[in-house]
Design a protein around this ligand. Structure first.
Ligand code: SAH
Length: 387
C-alpha cells in the first residue's frame, strides 16, 4: 500500500490527533496492542475494522471563537487543557465544507457587527459555532452559540451566509450565558430552515437536532452497527433492550429483526428525535423510554420482564455497577456492549463476569476516530450453556 502520510501543523498544540503523522497501519496496530494488553491477551479480539479513506470523516464540527491581543478574530480549537484558541481554518479530520462555513462566518462578523466573546474580558457575543452535516442528504445545520440574544443584524447575516453555502438547511441561535466549558446553553431557537437535519444510515432516515447524540463518523458507524447486529443474532421472537439509545439508531435498525425493541435514553431531545425517526421510517415495534438507563433496567429486573438481547452503548464514563447487576438478574441470552472507552468497558466487564454466568464470545474494535488514540469496541457476550 502506497500511503501518503499527512501531518498537521497544530499537532502538538491542539492535542486531539495523537497519532497523526504515523502510517495508518501502525496506528491500527497500536490500537490493537492497547486493547490486547488491557485484556491481558485472554480474549479473542478480531483485528480492528479500518476506514478506507481515514480523513475528513467528521460530520460534526465545533470551533471556538476568540480575539487575539492585536484584535484579530480567531476561530479554531482550544490548545490542549487550556481555553486559549489556536486559529485553525481546516482540519484533516473535519468535513471540508463545515470548515469552510466556519471561515465564512468569521469573515462576515465585522460586516454584521457580531462581536466575539472574550473569556478573559467576559465581553462579546459569539462564543462557538457548531456545524452538523449529513453526507448522504447534504443537509447542513449551523448553530451560533451567543452569550445573549442581542444579534440585531442576524437576518441580513443569515441571508449572506446561506447565499455563500447553499447546503445550509438549518440555522439555530443558542444562548449560553454561563461560565462553563459546555458548548451549548439550554435556550435556543431556529432562525432559518428546520430545527434538525436528516441523515440516512443503514437504509433508515435519522433526524438529528442540535443537542442529540449522533455518531461523528457515519461511514464507520454503519460498519459498527452492522457488526453489533451480526453478533446480536436477533430473531422475530426476541424482545431487545437498546440502552443508551441516543436518537434510536441501533434500536430502529434492530427492530426489523426483532419482535419488539425497548429503547432507553436520558436526553429529552434525543428521545424526541427517536420518536420522529420511528414515525418517518414507519417502524411500530419499538417503544422509547426517556429515563436513566440504570433506573429503567432496575425496574425491568424487578418486574421480571423477559428480555432476550441487550444492546448497550453507554457514554465514555461507561455504565454502572447497578446496571450490570440488573443485567445479570434479567439473564438475556446475549449482550452486546458497544463502548467508546476501553477502560470503562473493561471495568464494567470485570465486575459483570464475576457472577460467572456469561462468557465473552468476541471483541471487535472499529476505527471510528482515525489519527486519534480513541477506539470503539463491540463486545459480544452470551449466557453460558449451564446457566
Ligand atoms: N446508541 C446511540 C447513542 C450512544 S452515545 C448511537 O449509537 O447513536 C451514549 C448515549 O447515552 C447518549 O445519547 C447519552 O445522552 C446517553 N446517556 C448518557 N447517560 C445516560 C443515562 N444515565 N441513562 C440513559 N442514557 C444516557
Amino acid at each position: 500500500m502506497n500511503e501518503i502520510i499527512k501531518t498537521c501543523p497544530f499537532k502538538n498544540r491542539c492535542g486531539s490527533c495523537k497519532y497523526i503523522g504515523e502510517s495508518y497501519k501502525s496506528q491500527l496496530d497500536r490500537k490493537m496492542k492497547g486493547l490486547r494488553d488491557l485484556f491481558l491477551n485472554k480474549q479473542k479480539i478480531n483485528y480492528i475494522i479500518s476506514m478506507d479513506n481515514p480523513y475528513n470523516y467528521r460530520n460534526k464540527i465545533h470551533m471556538a471563537f476568540d480575539i487575539d491581543k492585536n484584535g484579530n478574530i480567531l476561530s479554531g480549537q482550544y490548545i490542549e487543557s487550556t481555553h486559549k484558541v489556536i486559529k485553525i481554518d481546516s482540519c484533516l479530520l473535519d468535513d471540508s465544507l463545515a470548515d469552510k462555513i466556519i471561515v465564512d462566518i468569521r469573515n462576515l462578523l465585522p460586516k454584521y457587527n457580531l462581536s466575539v466573546y472574550s473569556e478573559y474580558k467576559d465581553r462579546g457575543l459569539l462564543r462557538h459555532v457548531l456545524i452538523k452535516r449529513s453526507f448522504t442528504t447534504n443537509e447542513t445545520m449551523v448553530v451560533l452559540v451567543l452569550t445573549a440574544n442581542k444579534f440585531t443584524n442576524k437576518d441580513a447575516f443569515i441571508k449572506e451566509l446561506v447565499s455563500l453555502n447553499k447546503e445550509i438547511t438549518s440555522i439555530i441561535i443558542n444562548i449560553n450565558d454561563k461560565f462553563t466549558s459546555m458548548v451549548l446553553g439550554d435556550h435556543e431557537y431556529t432562525v432559518y430552515g428546520n430545527s434538525y437535519i436528516t441523515d440516512v444510515l443503514c437504509g433508515l432516515k435519522f433526524r438529528i437536532s442540535s443537542k442529540s447524540f449522533y455518531q461523528v463518523n457515519p461511514v464507520q458507524a454503519e460498519k459498527l452497527y452492522n457488526k453489533a447486529l451480526e453478533f446480536a443474532k436477533i430473531t422475530k421472537d426476541d424482545i431487545v433492550l437498546d440502552a443508551y439509545s441516543g436518537t434510536g439508531t441501533i434500536g430502529l435498525i434492530a427492530s426489523k429483526y426483532a419482535k419488539h425493541v425497548l429503547s432507553v435514553e436520558l436526553n429529552k431531545d434525543a428521545v424526541k428525535d427517536a420518536i420522529e425517526n420511528a414515525k418517518n421510517n414507519k417502524i411500530k415495534n419499538i417503544t422509547f423510554i426517556q429515563a436513566d438507563a440504570t433506573k429503567y433496567i432496575n425496574k425491568l429486573a424487578f418486574e421480571k420482564e423477559d428480555i432476550d438481547v441487550v444492546i448497550m452503548d453507554p457514554p465514555r464514563t461507561g455504565s454502572t455497577k447497578e446496571f450490570m447487576y440488573s443485567l445479570y438478574k434479567l439473564l438475556p441470552k446475549r449482550i452486546i456492549y458497544i463502548s467508546c472507552n476501553k477502560e470503562t468497558l473493561k471495568r464494567d466487564l470485570d465486575y459483570f463476569l464475576k457472577f460467572d454466568k456469561y462468557k465473552i464470545d468476541v471483541i471487535q474494535p472499529v476505527d471510528m476516530f482515525p489519527h486519534t488514540e480513541h477506539i470503539e469496541t463491540v463486545c459480544a457476550l452470551s449466557l453460558k450453556k449451564s446457566s
